[in-house]
Design a protein around this ligand. Sequence first.
Ligand code: MG
Length: 271
Amino acid sequence: MKVRTLVAVFLLCAVVVPGQEKKGYRTSPVGYSDTPVLPGQKWRVHDIARPHPAVVTPGAKPGDPPSDAIVLFDGKDLSHWTAETKHGPAAAAWKVEKGYMEIVPGSGTLVSKEKFSDIQLHIEWAAPAAITGDSQWRGNSGILIMNRYEIQVLDSYHNLTYADGQAGAIYGQWPPLVNAARKPGEWQSYDIVFEAPKFEGGRLVKPAYATVFLNGVLLHNRKEIIGRMAHRVVGTYAPHAAEEPLGLQDHDTPVRYRNIWVRRVKGYDQP
Ligand code: MG
């Protein structure tokens, strides 16, 4: 009898325990094929046939490169860069130490060996701690996207200059929405989404757009770029290749950079 009871209890458990597990585990459909079609799209609401986005593993901590990023500078060397000097192309000659690179004034703008079109860019920079000038002579450099569209780098902490030339400005065109600059010498971060312009038959058919965050603060939301970077004149577009290198401006000031990575964005349309 006792053995029978034990067997009965065992069987009861075998039936009840999985049942209990099922109780706390809920399932739902992974898509539908009888829902309305979304306006302007070929997909239905929750379409079961809609392709899924690629999996990207994010960096271990904020600011770290995700799994599909191209790391252009990891603090070690300038192997991803060349220099554009007054005398033409040259080996990159910026100083590399302690995990950052520093502009050697007069050594030329750094230009990435790789070329890009639409990108997400993360880049960290620091203006010199020592103040040796004012306005545009305080920590001036620049992120030259496609080596011509400039997101300004400048020490803009209590430093008056023209609004469209301060840190985060689309230089000479659009001031940033706010001034989110840290003190000189402190590390700051740009996160930039850039849509490359498009040319057809030598004519501009779509301008470039930039979305920019400085230290996590929004400076531009898909702002239309008027043309290439220019000083004291209106920048204009001139046709160029679909992919161009990233430039870091040498403006005769020892600005530092670190942790530079880029993600190629293959169009901005959702799958
Ligand atoms: Mg500049």
